[in-house]
Write a protein of this length. Structure first.
Length: 310
């Protein structure tokens, strides 16, 4: 048989626990409690700001920045209308109305409303595009005696499937615009014979549309053109080197060396008019020099014959 002192202690403890539970329940019923989670269609929800704005005062009463888990919780006053705004950089903002107009006999029993976890999905913004759902309230959560879930209704004004569909269409149009601009850029480079730049632009376009039937043959064609261009560049460099050497030798009056230089330039580019003209000029200069030497030698021999006694 249990001692009376122990029985009294356990009975007192039980009363204390009941009182604490009652006080906790009463405290819990002081506010309308909502909890939820933010999802991002592609990425981490961390940094998303969830705010509760009182519709009557237009003032923000609660605000939270979610972590990687995306979870948030708020306590709101009863008999009020709120707009929950979900904001994240480079994403479309979502607005959801939340009504705490609930009969006192209902929330006195349980203040955790709505009786489900709110899951809000936000979507990445398409650059330079305004979509039809922007600035509109996408849904409302409110009490209803005939509510589908514990007297609560979750009305969806703009469905996520419709939002996703419109975003996909906008992305497609945006990608088409970028692709067409990149193709136009490639064609322009090609017209200017800027082959390397044209190849780079076509490769960027191909990364957007890997199965495009036009780009791959074009890249093959340009690769061949670039190879020929590089070969021509090497020939030009060699040709110019011989021309420069020839010009320098002309200045130094080294006409035989200059003639060899210009002949080498013509070997690189047969029929080149510049090299041909320079070769002719160098040969003429050499001929004049040789003529002067012959005349001088003849004069020297003549003078020598005149002085000799035989």
């Amino acid at each position: 048989m249990m001692p009376k002192s122990l029985y009294r202690f356990r009975l007192l403890t039980l009363f204390l626990l009941i009182a604490l539970a009652s006080a906790a329940q009463k405290k819990n019923n002081d506010n309308f409690h909502i909890s939820g989670r933010i999802r991002v269609d592609n990425g981490d929800p961390a940094g998303t700001v969830v705010s509760l704005i009182n519709s009557a005062s237009n003032k923000t009463e609660n605000s939270a920045t979610v972590s990687t888990t995306g979870k948030f919780e708020f306590d709101l006053a009863f008999f009020s209308e709120y707009r929950m705004t979900v904001v994240k950089d480079n994403h479309y903002t979502k607005d959801i109305d939340v009504s705490t107009m609930i009969p006192s006999q209902v929330w006195a029993k349980d203040s955790i409303f709505p009786p489900f976890l709110m899951v809000v999905t936000i979507y990445k913004r398409v650059p330079n595009v305004t979509l039809s759902f922007e600035g509109k309230v996408v849904g409302k959560i409110s009490y209803s005696p005939k509510g589908k879930l514990d007297n609560f209704d979750s009305n969806i004004f703009i469905d996520d499937k419709d939002i996703r569909k419109e975003i996909d269409q906008a992305l497609k149009a945006h990608e088409d615009e970028i692709f067409n601009a990149k193709m136009a850029e490639a064609v322009e480079f090609e017209k200017k014979n800027q082959i390397r730049e044209a190849i780079h632009a076509y490769e960027e376009a191909l990364a957007m549309r890997k199965n495009d039937p036009y780009i791959k043959p074009k890249l093959k064609e340009l690769a061949s053109d670039l190879k020929n261009l590089e070969k021509d560049a090497l020939l030009d460099a060699e040709f110019n080197r011989w021309i420069v050497s020839g010009d320098e030798n002309v200045v130094k009056l080294k006409y035989p060396e200059a003639i060899d230089n210009f002949k080498s330039a013509l070997a690189v580019k047969p029929g080149n008019q510049i090299a041909s003209d320079k070769l002719t000029a160098a040969e003429q200069l050499l001929a004049k020099v040789m003529l002067k030497k012959r005349n001088w030698m003849q004069h020297l021999i003549s003078s020598w014959q005149q002085v000799m006694p035989w």
